[in-house]
Design a protein around this ligand. Structure first.
Ligand code: ADP
Ligand code: ASP
Ligand code: MG
Length: 457
């Protein structure tokens, strides 16, 4: 068995879904279970619609809902006909009607709770998974739809829920694996799940990759395929660095680091279930299925290049904490972390001197409270609009001269923070967001002129 996950752009239109159907059809002997994202940018649109409703723009919300309905119906209509179409059309319009009721409720309530956000954003995958199932059946496959909310069980941390693995794996193993073994193609929505009480949750933006890995681990798949709109994991985001090259192979540890530091092609949590069960992940392009993609594997990947890829994370805030009173005192760091911890705010990067600490955070929801508490024992300066650049490669530690090359390449750029050693295979820098693009391009030019043909294509 394999899991094949298709992202938003891979299912954005009837033509894209047809491509997906032919990719799946040509791999039926591997007993695929298919996980799909919402079509195109549907999740963004659903969230915008919820915001409109809650901020009193109900008319606009309903208008956008109409557009979403037309979009889903018109793409679906090109894929399905006959009785199958009658059932699908009813299902799409029922879902849209339900959504309309939720939106009306929301505009009366005037408050958008995380639970409500999940209820609304779940419709993208609920619709796409049904449309893709019907399209597969129309193209002659024995496809069945499975509602992920009955299979993936999570806690109630809405918008960022965590799977409860034993129960989830038991359900996948009992309810999905036997169907795949029988030759049925099970189609599930990614991203969406539910609590043990059946309340809809989601796994966080980009979470369909994570669903694919959970399903892969649950059914004991031999491979988890992430089909997207690029040829694989590249040496940098090809949107910023058009000359970026494909990695044929990368280790789980390196891929996890890249995903965490912004390589959007893979959701950061995806690697966990795959590592635990040692299932390789392969990233592939649904527009160019003949390209062999990137294989993410357990063992280190020997490589003549010290850096394998460059990731970056934008909209980062740096919190500089300075305390002369804490000079040489122990417990300073513990006190600082206790504050971040209490406000559930993750620190991504850290650098320290004797009396000061700089920490970067992504989530600024509780920043004011954090700042007020830190100011009880230190001076705090906050810098917004920064970006982290993360160079990843498991040879970084043992290659002398890397820092000199980085700073040489970045001589026109002001580097605000540096950190190496959190893991063996990551070196991170902070720059001003306005310098980010230039900095990434300069680094890419420095490190990817000559490429080890065993690793890069
Ligand atoms: P999907 O909808 O298929 O999940 P995403 O948009 O989430 O696709 O992820 C694919 C995008 O990730 C690519 O279009 C690319 O711009 C971006 N990306 C960022 N960093 C990288 C990288 N190192 N390699 C490949 N793609 C990357
Ligand atoms: N549809 C969800 C999102 O846009 C999940 C995903 O695409 O992975 O975030
Ligand atoms: Mg994605």
């Amino acid at each position: 068995m394999i899991v094949m996950k298709f992202g938003g752009s891979s299912v954005e239109s009837a033509a894209a879904i047809q491509r997906v159907a032919s990719i799946v059809k040509s791999r039926l002997e591997r007993q695929p279970v298919v996980v799909v994202s919402a079509m195109g940018k549907t999740t963004n649109k659903l969230l915008a619609l919820a915001t409109d409703a809650v901020e009193g723009r109900r008319g606009r919300a309903l208008e956008q809902l109409g557009e979403l309905r037309d979009y889903h119906l018109s793409e679906a209509r090109q894929l399905v006909s006959g009785e199958e179409w009658a059932a699908l059309e009813t299902s799409i319009t029922d879902h849209i009607q339900e959504l309309g009721e939720l939106i009306t409720g929301l505009s009366v309530l005037g408050e958008l709770t995380p639970r409500f956000v999940d209820a609304i954003s779940s419709y993208g995958e609920r619709l796409s998974s049904r449309i893709v199932t019907a399209a597969f059946r129309s193209s002659g496959m024995d496809a069945v739809h499975a509602d992920s909310r009955r299979l993936i069980v999570t806690d109630n941390r809405h918008t960022q829920a965590n799977p409860i693995y034993p129960e989830t794996y038991a359900r996948l193993c009992d309810q999905v694996a036997p169907l795949a073994r029988e030759g049925k193609v099970v189609v599930m929505g990614g991203f969406i799940a539910a609590t043990a009480n059946g309340v809809t949750t989601t796994l966080g933006r980009g979470g369909s990759d994570f669903t694919a890995a959970i399903v892969g681990a649950g059914i004991g798949a031999e491979e988890i395929q992430i089909w997207t709109d690029v040829d694989g994991m590249m040496t940098a985001d090809p949107r910023s660095v058009p000359e970026a090259r494909r990695l044929k192979l990368i280790s789980f540890a390196e891929a996890a680091e890249l995903a965490y530091f912004g390589a959007k092609v893979l959701h950061p949590a995806t690697v966990l279930p795959a590592v635990e069960k040692n299932i390789p992940i392969v990233i592939l392009n649904s527009r160019r299925p003949e390209v062999s993609g990137t294989r993410i594997v357990k063992d280190a990947v020997p490589c003549a290049n010290p850096i394998k890829s460059i990731a970056c994370k934008r909209h980062i805030t740096v919190v500089n904490i300075h305390s002369t009173r804490m000079l040489m005192a122990y417990g300073f760091l513990a006190r600082i972390f206790e504050v971040f911890n209490r406000y559930e705010t993750a620190v991504d990067m850290l650098s320290t001197s004797e009396v000061s600490v700089s920490a970067t955070i992504d989530n600024t929801k509780n920043l004011e409270k954090i700042q007020a508490e830190l100011e009880q024992f230190s001076e705090v300066r906050v810098e917004r609009d920064r970006a982290i650049i993360c160079l990843v490669g498991d040879n970084i530690r043992c290659t002398p001269g890397i820092a000199a090359r980085i700073f040489g390449a970045l001589s026109p750029v002001n580097v605000l923070m540096v950190s190496q050693g959190g893991s063996q295979w990551n070196l991170s820098l902070v720059v001003d967001d306005t310098d980010l693009l230039k900095a990434v391009q300069l680094l890419h030019r420095e490190f990817f002129q000559e490429l080890d043909p065993a690793v890069f294509e």
